[in-house]
Design a protein around this ligand. Structure first.
Ligand SMILES: NC(=O)c1ccc[n+]([C@@H]2O[C@H](COP(=O)([O-])OP(=O)(O)OC[C@H]3O[C@@H](n4cnc5c(N)ncnc54)[C@H](O)[C@@H]3O)[C@@H](O)[C@H]2O)c1
Length: 449
């Protein structure tokens, strides 16, 4: 490779360490720890450097994210278990006579020394293992939301990121929007008085089925795609974008848009997690089809007494109350004694314009300023300081969706301890049994070392 690596190669260092261990009698673990420390101290890219990056998961979002990242970095490799998607990405990102390298196994791609960071946009059930492998290979990560498939996975990812001193940005890009940040800062600073209610509205899930079993297309490694999820008949409707409507790979409307809006709710509330959760599936999935619900309604209680209502709002839903003057139903509404603030990707509005217009005092609590989520990631890659949506934020916000899913699937009203990250009280045994899932071999934590 012509490009000078931005990091000392851990692999080559480890190779030298093994030889040194043999020659000096020093234990390998000791030299490995030194390799880790040296990698952690490696020189970050300078202001004019363009780090080498790789895309893992070349579907719709991945190609979008990588295109976005290419404003700041050079894409040197792509990886997908579906060769058609990988090839499309190679075609899209090869330029100036330089062909982007193509991989089907992310572990091989992560061995490259010319890759400083990865952009990860696989389906949710693959996020954790790939993020862990990338962190261990000392790659910074822009990782799509929701951070995880289960609550238990979150701690594994956090440990990998922190122990390896890599930068991690969760793909909850609403944190890099002025409207969402303003709403959260106003709420944090009690512009509405003591916050009472948060209403999160997400689009309904798609219902479908029963589906027809068909042969797996050539060039698609379906077993690799299934990964940790249980063995299952191949349907076109199982994979590629439709994965989000199956509990085995995702959480339907709860964790799709929910990952964004619950993140905003939590950013405004400013606490790690709720203390209680309950909910109902109000429009179940169709038999023998997608498994996530069409509609749901859930209530979370926070330690400060705030009630958070999370629900789907299709046009014909009894829960689809018109919630702002434009009748918008996808967004977040904060309510307190002084009125309400409504925010979504179209903008921000309030029950009284003065709630927005009056400046916050100089000593007000301020949130991290980012107006471009990808730029914020690459700024962090350079500064080695956390971005606006670090791994812990990704974990805590994804956990809200996972808590709701456990409540919906068990039908239980549950009490949650956000410090211990355990359910307590009635139903706790059942619910705690759903914090992790069995991972189908070989696609468990051993798969990534
Ligand atoms: N931030 C946002 O606004 C936003 C928007 C859409 C999607 N997303 C997230 O992005 C992710 C991808 O969503 P999508 O709609 O692009 O899905 P998709 O199915 O179109 O793309 C996923 C790709 O990952 C590939 N893949 C699966 N397992 C892999 C593995 N082990 N190694 C390499 N590649 C693998 C698939 O073959 C597919 O090409 C999801 O987690 C989703 O929640 C985020």
């Amino acid at each position: 490779m012509n490009r000078p690596p931005f990091q000392i190669s851990r692999r080559s260092f480890l190779h030298k360490s093994t030889l040194l261990a043999a020659a000096s009698g020093l234990p390998l673990w000791y030299l490995e720890r030194e390799a880790d420390a040296q990698s952690a101290d490696a020189k970050p890219p300078g202001p004019n450097d363009r780090p080498g990056i790789a895309l893992i998961g070349c579907g719709g979002q991945g190609q979008g994210d990588a295109g976005n990242a290419s404003r700041f970095a050079d894409i040197v490799a792509v990886c997908d278990v579906d060769d058609r998607h990988a090839s499309a990405a190679v075609q899209k990102f090869s330029k100036d006579g330089k062909t982007v390298a193509k991989y089907s196994d992310f572990r091989k791609l992560l061995e490259r020394d010319d890759i400083h960071a990865i952009v990860q946009a696989t389906p949710d059930h693959w996020h954790t293992l790939i993020n862990i492998a990338a962190a261990r290979a000392k790659k910074d990560v822009y990782g799509e939301k929701p951070l995880t498939l289960t609550i238990a996975e979150g701690r594994h990812v956090i440990n990998a990121v922190r122990n390896n001193h890599v930068i991690f940005q969760t793909g909850t890009q609403q944190r890099s929007s002025r409207s969402f940040r303003l709403a959260c800062e106003l709420v944090r600073n009690n512009r509405l008085g003591q916050l009472q209610e948060v209403h999160v509205f997400v689009p309904a899930g798609i219902r479908g089925g029963p589906f027809q079993s068909v042969p797996v297309p050539a060039g698609f490694d379906y077993q690799f795609w299934l990964g940790q999820a249980p063995e299952a008949e191949y349907f076109t409707e199982r994979c590629h974008a439709n994965f989000r409507w199956w509990f085995d790979y995702s959480g339907g409307p709860v964790t799709d848009w929910g990952a964004h809006h619950n993140d905003i709710a939590r950013w405004a509330i400013g606490l790690d997690g709720p203390v209680a959760v309950e909910g109902q599936i109000t429009l179940p999935a169709l038999p023998n089809g997608y498994t996530t619900p069409g509609e749901f309604a859930a209530t979370l209680t926070w330690a400060n007494g705030v009630k958070q209502y999370v629900r789907t709002t299709p046009d014909d839903s009894p829960y689809g109350a018109v919630i702002n003057e434009n009748g918008q139903r996808n967004g977040v509404k904060f309510i307190g004694p002084n009125g309400w603030i409504w925010v979504n990707r179209d903008g921000i509005s309030a029950s009284d314009k003065e709630l927005l217009k009056t400046p916050l005092p100089a000593d007000a609590t301020r949130l991290v300023v980012s107006n471009d989520h990808m730029r914020n990631f690459f700024d962090s890659v350079r500064s080695r300081k956390d971005p606006v949506a670090p791994v812990e934020a990704g974990h805590r916000s994804a956990s809200i969706g996972h808590l709701i899913i456990i409540a919906l699937r068990t039908g239980l009203a549950l009490t949650w301890d956000p410090v211990r990250e355990q359910f307590t009280g009635a139903g706790a045994d059942t619910a705690n049994g759903m914090l992790a899932r069995p991972m189908r071999a070989p696609y468990n934590y051993d798969f990534v070392g």
